[in-house]
Ligand binder design. Sequence first.
Ligand code: 5GP
Length: 190
Amino acid sequence: MNGHYLEVVEAEALHRRICELGATISADYSGLNPVLVGVLKGSVPFIADLIRCIDTPHEVDFLLLTRFGSKGRVAVAMDTAISLEGRHVLLVEDIVDTGLTLSTLRRNLSVRQPESLRTVALLDKVPRRIVDVPLEYRGFEIGDEFLVGYGLDWEGRYRNLPGLWAVMQMDRLQDIHETFPAVAFGSGTT
Ligand code: 5GP
């Protein structure tokens, strides 16, 4: 830690917790052939690790959201290829913050008449929630810090970091972006 960033969950701890989630999901969805729908782009590392810890048959699909306006509104920019009607759908999200994205998404998917609709999020920013939205499975409860790594980005960067990092001074990201990835991969110094 050098005052600008701090590793809050290491890669090994992420994988351990994700496999616990995978075991729970495997038991809950046994025999139901669920569709796991990854919300692009942040959920990519999470869903890739999660499905390798799920040992009951399932399918995987993705959708991409776009944000517009100033109130965090979202629309589906790229839809799933699989029809969700009558299916057990499990949304796979990187992080739930205010809950606005997830509640919009749930509304959008509900009208497609899935047999069931649940969400697994790797991270739950509990103190920031402004919409009461169901979240059936979550990896970690976190506070109000801005996180990057393991799928989470800052201006398109840092999704590739193996662990999760809290950025303490957002205004300094411009200055540290040359050295930070090396530190996060364990090959640089602070
Ligand atoms: P919500 O609609 O719940 O407020 O926002 C969810 C979205 O906000 C996430 O999908 C993610 O794109 C973004 N977000 C929320 N908190 C963070 C964070 O700490 N780091 C990053 N990189 N994105 C975040």
